[in-house]
Ligand binder design. Structure first.
Ligand SMILES: O=C1C[C@@](O)(C(=O)O)C[C@@H](O)[C@@H]1O
Length: 253
């Protein structure tokens, strides 16, 4: 079974974890500035954290921002993400508003990948995943637990459910409350790799204790890791260049 996902020239799910740099900006200008800094660190992917963008519902401004980002990114794949408050983001949206804003962005046909939060319900997640596929856009289903780390079985169930919803890549971020919680996340990730995954999977334990989970994806089976070029978009992310050095070091032998 081919457990890789290709976006442009990037093959996710083989070799070293791919480095994704999130860019945040409330205006097109600040977004472009953030993307410029990010590109200097040679990311494999860029994530536009569009929940920070003030004019996201304005079609003209949004499309213009997409186009300007594309000029800066060249062939680097672009992941479009609206992260809602309850998942640790800036967007205060009802499920219907979330559906609308993400659908609109998909219909712009300018992103290579779109993040779909599954907490808005299976119907909404499936609708967005199907719509993205209609437009040839790959999907990352996502779930964030900012307060704790669910049990191993629960993490596996959530990731498997994302596969059932036909996401191209399931992703889960958890918050460890103790060191052992990081082992739970890594154990669940390895079980996905060995037993359940039909696709690449992304996992991370956030915060200080979880940093190791952002470095060890090649061993345990997380296909993408998020690194910074300035501001963090979640706790525990480290500088993208440092991250690349560590990933290379861990792959030496
Ligand atoms: O889902 C994720 C993962 C993340 O939360 C992290 O912990 O690195 C960072 C977010 O920007 C991204 O959308």
């Amino acid at each position: 079974m081919d457990k890789t996902v290709q976006v442009r020239d990037l093959v996710i799910g083989e070799g070293r974890p791919k480095i994704c740099i999130p860019v945040m900006g409330s205006t097109t200008e600040t977004l472009k500035e953030a993307a410029g800094h990010a590109m200097k660190k040679h990311p494999d992917l860029i994530e536009w954290r569009a929940d920070y963008f003030a004019d996201i519902e304005n079609e003209e401004v949004r499309r213009q921002a997409f186009d300007e980002l594309r000029e800066i990114l060249g062939e680097v794949p672009l992941l479009f993400t609206i992260r809602t408050r309850r998942e640790g983001g800036e967007a205060d949206l009802s499920a219907d508003q979330y559906l609308k804003v993400v659908s609109d962005a998909i219909r712009d046909e300018k992103a290579d990948l779109v993040d779909v939060e599954i907490s808005h319900g299976d119907d909404i997640a499936f609708m967005l995943i199907s719509l993205a596929h209609e437009f040839g856009i790959k999907t990352i289903a996502s779930s964030h637990d900012f307060s704790q780390t669910p049990k191993k079985e629960q993490i596996i169930m959530t990731l498997c459910k994302m596969q059932e919803l036909e996401a191209d890549i399931p992703k889960m971020a958890v918050m460890p409350q103790r060191e052992r919680d990081v082992l739970v996340l890594l154990d669940a990730t390895l079980s996905m790799k060995e037993l359940h995954a039909q696709t690449p999977v992304i996992t991370m334990a956030m915060g200080r204790n979880g940093v190791v989970s952002r470095l060890s994806g090649e061993v345990f089976g997380s296909a993408v890791t998020f690194g910074t070029a300035g501001a963090q978009s979640a706790p525990g992310q480290i500088d993208a260049e440092e991250l690349r050095k560590i990933l290379e070091l861990l792959a030496v032998v």
